[in-house]
Design a protein around this ligand. Sequence first.
Ligand SMILES: *Cc1c(COP(=O)(O)O)cnc(C)c1O
Length: 495
Amino acid sequence: MTESIGTTGLVLNEPLLWEKGRMGRTGYSLPKTDVPSAAIDDALVGEGPDFPDLSEVDVVRHYTRLSQWNFSVDAGMYPLGSCTMKYNPKTNERQAGLPGFAGAHPLFPETLCQGILELMYDLERHLAEITGMDAVSLQPAAGAQGEFSGMLLIHAYHKRNGNPRSKILVPDTAHGTNPASATLCGYKSVAVKSGAKGILTPERVGELMDEETAGIMLTNPNTLGLFENHVKAIAAIVHDKGGLVYCDGANMNALMGIVDMAAIGIDVLHLNLHKTFSTPHGGGGPGSGPICVRRHLEPFLPVPRIVKTGETFGLSEDFPESVGKLHAFFGNVGVMIKAYSYILSMGPDHLKKASQLAVLNANYVKERLKGVFHLPFDAPCMHECVFTDKHQAARKVTTLDMVKRLMDYGFHPPTVYFPLVVSGAIMIEPTETESKENLDRFVEAMTAIASEAGENPEGLKSAPTRCKVKRLDEVTAARRPCLVEPPALKGEAPR
Ligand SMILES: *Cc1c(COP(=O)(O)O)cnc(C)c1O
C-alpha cells in the first residue's frame, strides 16, 4: 500500500461561535420597517443568552467545518461490527419526509391517518414474512426495548401457565443489552458458555435448562458472526422443559429472506430497523426494534395494535392479555416509513441478495486477512468476522494501536474488544454495499499495519498521526469530560 486514501490538508480548525462573533456583524437584511417602532417590555422578554453577532458566511463555514470533522458511511467504509453501519439509500429518507407523513400528528383522528396506519399494518406483514414469524408489534423504540418487550411476553406467557419462572439462559457472547433486559424484567440471567467452535452446544444448554428457567435468549448469527448451527436442537431442549426461545435479531443483515426463524424454533425475536432496514444510526438517533412472535405469544403483544376491519385501519387496545403500552403513541414512525420504503424498493429477491452479499463480503475479508491476523474461529462466517491481536502481541502491539492507525489510511476503525469472550477482538462487518475495490483497499491497509507492527511497533503507539485529533486519552475523556462554557453565557446554564 503506497498511498492512503486519507488526507488532512483542507480540514480546517474552527473556534466556538462566541469567539468568532464581532459586534454588529449580521447574517440577514430586512427591508426598512413601514410601521412605527415600539419599545419592548424588558420584563416580558427576560434576559436571554448573549448570542454572538455573525455573518451568514461565518455561520455556514462554522457548521460545514464541524461536519467535516465527522466521519460517516456517506464518506467512506465504516466496518463497525455488531452495528451494521450499512448504506441507507437516500430515497427512503425522502419518502419519510413526504409532507403527508412528516406533518402527521399522533393525535389526529384515525379517519385522517388511514395511509400511515395501512403502511404500518403492511410493514408488520412484511416483517413477519421476512422472518417467518406470525405477528409483529412495531412499538419498541430500539433493539434493547424490543428485547425487554420480548421478555415481558415470555413472562406473561409463563404466568398464564401458572409460574412466571425466575431464570433465563443467556450465552456468554450476548450483547450487553440481553442480560440487562432480562434483569429489568425480573429474571436472573444464567450465562451459557459457548463451545470450542464459538457457538452454543445442545449439551451445555441441556445441563442448564430446567423448569424454573423461562427460556433462552440467543443471538443468531451470534456476536462472533457465526451461525448457531444447533439452534433447532437447542430450541427442542428448551421447549421440552416448557421454556421459550428468544432470538436477538440485530444481526438480521446476514439472514433476510434466507432463514425461517419460526422453522428453527424461535418463539420471539426483535429486529433493529436502524441496523438492517435503512435508518442511519449512531449518535443516538431514533431507532425501532419491532418484535416478531409466533401465534402463541400474539395475545401478549403490546397495545395499541393496528387492526383492519373491512377496508378500514384503526388502533385497538382491546387485547386483554396484552403486556400493555410501552410508551406514548406508536414508536418512531419515521423509521418505520424508511423500512417500508426500503423493503418495497428492494423486493424479496434483492433483500435476499443483500444478505448474501453481506456474507460474501465478510468471508472475503476473513479469507484475505486470516494469515495476517489471528482468527480465533476458522469457520465460514456470516456478515462479520472476528480477528484478534494475538500475532502482534509479541511486539507489544495491541488492537487499539492498530485500529487507531487505520484512520491514517482513511478507514473508520472496526468494532474492538467486543465480543468480550475474545481477547483483543477486532470485529469487522463490511456490509453488502462495499465494492471489491473498497474491500481490497481495506485489506491492504490492515496488512500494511500488520507489517508496521513487525517493523516499527513503537511507531504505532502514536497513531493516528494524520487525523485532526491524534491519540486521545480515552479514559480521562470519559471520566472527566471538559465541557467548555461559552464565554458570553457568563456562568448561566446554557439554554
Ligand atoms: C445493537 C444490538 C443490540 C441493541 O440494539 P439497540 O437498538 O442499540 O438497543 C442488541 N443486540 C445486538 C446483537 C446488537 O448488535
